[in-house]
Write a protein that binds this ligand. Structure first.
Ligand SMILES: Nc1ncnc2c1ncn2[C@@H]1O[C@H](COP(=O)(O)OP(=O)(O)OP(=O)(O)O)[C@@H](O)[C@H]1O
Length: 414
């Protein structure tokens, strides 16, 4: 008599435990489901785990494959059968410039993030697995990435204004598919997962050819992530005296210059992102170059900011040229830095600029000239109505979008 095949191991208890750890007290959560095996498994596991929590499902239709609309509909049907509300979010690529996959991923995260905000979701869960983490680690090793890159895929991350959760990093892709098969649950196979022109597919095949242990690679990435978190804590300590004012930041030079280069790099990146609101850090080589210049007492520009040694301090402010390039705003959110209240129809926010400064007597504001030039002003056509940072002018109100808490978050960001 043939021996009965071993039942597929059940990956769900570990994933439910990860969900408890990452999202235990969140009342409402989203799950992003492409229809592939991993995210379908996650949706099914979350439906069973919900226990009174509101779980919503979204699929992004990139329109990049012929049947993408039909696939989104299939996911909607699966969600409905689990009693979960589903929404399809449509991406309209504006041209095909740049790296299509990276553009599609960023667009996907932005659409999902807006969806999460509209629906009051505390976080959105993604279906990345131990295989994804292992592949990312290998890709980044091959590119010579720094520690943040090698920390490949954390269990949670804040980006695009949303908290993303990855509760399945402890589970393997094959294990999840075995589980789905054993339960008779369907999923959609994406043919591009087999196309050699994608770096990830080539790496996946290389890992298989070398018979590398996915779980061990994934654990290595987790260890690197722990080391990265320790560095972030050290950086936070070195920046304890940071002062945020009028959209600029001042750091003490001493703890900075005494710190190892990686700590200084992390601080400069956090500072830059705090000022500009950029989703991604400036390139490593550019940051290291800026650090060298600053160490020798020079003023440099970095990614739309000015970094300036000033006695025992380092000041980082918005570069006026970058502020002048920022799109004029009619809703009050300007240059990804300021929220201006009290705008009337026909008025917009744009940089103060240099020309009108004498009329505003900017010296009374205590701001420096370049700081004043990069600050927000209310314009009617080409007439400057008010510059709230230079002189308070009700009914206009100005609030920076980020304060000291956001700075600390950015130092710890991954
Ligand atoms: N089109 C999409 N719509 C919604 N979520 C998506 C979409 N594509 C990817 N995701 C989310 O991002 C995660 C990682 O994306 P990735 O491209 O690695 O997955 P995938 O190959 O599409 O398949 P799978 O769903 O099996 O993870 C997915 O698990 C899913 O949570």
């Amino acid at each position: 008599m043939a021996a009965a095949a071993d039942p597929a191991p059940d990956p769900t208890p570990a994933i439910r435990a990860a969900l408890d750890r990452l999202a235990g007290d969140m009342p409402a959560l989203g799950v992003a489901v492409s229809g592939g095996g991993d995210s379908v498994a996650l949706m099914r596991i979350m439906a069973g785990w919900a226990c009174g929590r509101r779980i919503m499902v979204a699929t992004v239709d990139h329109g990049l494959r012929e049947n993408s609309t039909d696939e989104a509909r299939q996911v909607a049907d699966m969600a409905r059968s689990l009693g979960l509300p589903h929404e399809t979010l449509t991406w309209q690529p504006d041209g095909m410039a740049g790296n299509l996959m990276a553009n599609a991923r960023d667009a996907r995260l932005r659409l999902l993030s807006d969806w999460g905000r509209r629906n009051d979701l505390a976080a959105v869960a993604l279906g990345h697995t131990a295989d994804d983490r292992a592949e990312t680690l290998m890709m980044r090793l091959a590119r010579g990435s720094g520690i943040d890159g090698l920390a490949a895929m954390a269990e949670w991350r804040d980006a695009f204004g949303t908290r993303w959760l990855r509760p399945m990093l402890g589970a393997g892709r094959a294990e999840l598919r075995d589980w789905l098969r054993a339960q008779d649950f369907a999923w959609i196979d994406d043919p591009s997962n087999d196309r050699d022109e994608f770096e990830r597919v080539r790496i996946r095949k290389a890992i298989a050819a070398m018979d590398l242990d996915i779980a061990a690679l994934s654990r290595a990435a987790a260890h690197i992530a722990e080391a990265r978190d320790a560095l972030s804590h050290y950086a936070l300590l070195a920046s304890e005296d940071a002062v945020a004012r009028n959209g600029s930041l001042t750091l003490l030079r001493r703890p900075l210059s005494d710190a190892p280069v990686e700590i200084r790099r992390r601080l400069l990146v956090a500072t830059c992102r705090w000022i500009t609101g950029a989703d991604y850090p400036p390139r490593r080589a550019t940051v290291l170059h800026a650090l060298d210049a600053v160490a020798t007492g020079n003023r440099v520009t970095l990614d739309g900011t000015i970094i300036e040694p000033c006695g025992d301090r380092l000041r980082i402010l918005r570069e006026p040229a970058a502020a002048l390039r920022a799109a004029p705003s009619t809703d009050g959110i300007w240059d990804n830095r300021w929220k201006i209240g009290g705008l009337r129809p026909g008025q917009h926010v744009a940089a103060v600029g240099f020309a009108p400064l004498p009329a505003l007597n900017w010296r009374l504001s205590g701001l420096r000239r370049d700081e004043a030039a990069a600050s927000p002003a209310i314009w009617q056509g080409d007439r400057l109505i008010a510059a709230p940072l230079l002189r308070p002018c009700p009914p206009f109100r100005s609030n920076p979008l980020r304060g000291p808490t956001e700075f600390r978050k950015l130092v710890m960001a991954h």
